[in-house]
Design a protein around this ligand. Structure first.
Ligand SMILES: [Zn+2]
Length: 265
């Protein structure tokens, strides 16, 4: 019965979302149109699942996404899956500071723009396989919460991009571990984020680790879940040591803890 397949999918702005369907005889593939990509589902036990992200700035309310089911005999069917986006309140802080603290030199601005293009190109890449099979874990051992995901700051009346990760307390030198299995796709010093590591977990899901004092991995390395990738620090534009931990799922900026809470799929 098709009606049994229609679960109510609900996520807050800035949260990861699992879309799950039960297996059916002869069903060989499921995909969902999300953020301009055709995202494949993976089959796990008695269900098919995809992990997608609802961006911080997604419009609250009802959305519909196109899901396609393909069968062994070659036929396919599509339906519009309703997704409900709940509004999620994140704090805004207005700050007045001297302009010289918010305006970059032309050289720094050019570098920051170049690096922004480079990181956006990574986020737009959808690696067609999924590298992980277990749930995501927090990259600082013992950390159970973070701060400031979604926090909006307005400097001298100019809104900045909202804080797109969570800040975990970590002294300089604290070991930082990969949140899940995946391939290193960026490992270098960037203007804003200092020593930075990006891990591609496949199917459009990336985790990022910023402001490190040391990087222990290189682009191309395949990391296991829990493998050390570097040490926490205070590099880049920060006021003190911590780990900024980010998650992107396709173009969506999501709270890393919402991904951890999905648990093992
Ligand atoms: Zn941060």
């Amino acid at each position: 019965m098709l009606s049994l397949l229609l679960a109510a999918f609900v996520a807050g702005q800035g949260q990861a979302l699992e879309i799950i369907y039960p297996t059916e005889p002869e069903l060989t593939a499921v995909t969902v149109q999300w953020s301009g990509h055709e995202v494949p589902f993976i089959q796990r036990g008695d269900h098919w699942l995809a992990v997608v992200g609802v961006d911080l700035d997604s419009r609250p309310g009802e959305h519909a996404v196109a899901v396609t089911f393909r069968y062994a005999d070659g036929h396919e069917r599509s339906h519009r899956e309703p997704i409900t986006v709940r509004s999620q309140k994140y704090p805004t802080t207005e700050l007045t500071v001297e302009d010289r603290y918010v305006e970059l030199s032309p050289e720094d601005q050019a570098r920051a723009n170049r690096e922004g293009e480079e990181t956006n190109a990574i986020y737009r890449t959808l690696t067609p396989q999924r590298y992980w099979t277990e749930g995501f874990e927090v990259p600082v051992r013992g950390a159970t919460d973070g701060r400031n995901f979604g926090h909006r700051r307005v400097f001298n009346g100019q809104p900045r991009a909202p804080h797109s990760g969570t800040d975990l307390r970590a002294k300089t030198g604290t070991p930082i571990f990969a949140a899940n299995r995946g391939r290193v796709v960026l490992a270098k010093d960037l203007f804003y984020s200092g020593n930075t590591v990006f891990i591609d977990h496949g199917l459009g899901l990336y985790t990022t680790y910023l402001h490190l004092s040391a990087i222990d991995v290189a682009v191309g390395d395949m990391l296991e879940r829990g493998q050390q990738l570097g040490l926490a620090g205070a590099t880049g534009r920060v006021t003190g040591p911590h780990l900024h931990w980010g998650v992107r799922i396709l173009d969506a900026r999501v709270d890393p803890f919402s991904l951890v809470q999905l648990g093992a799929p």
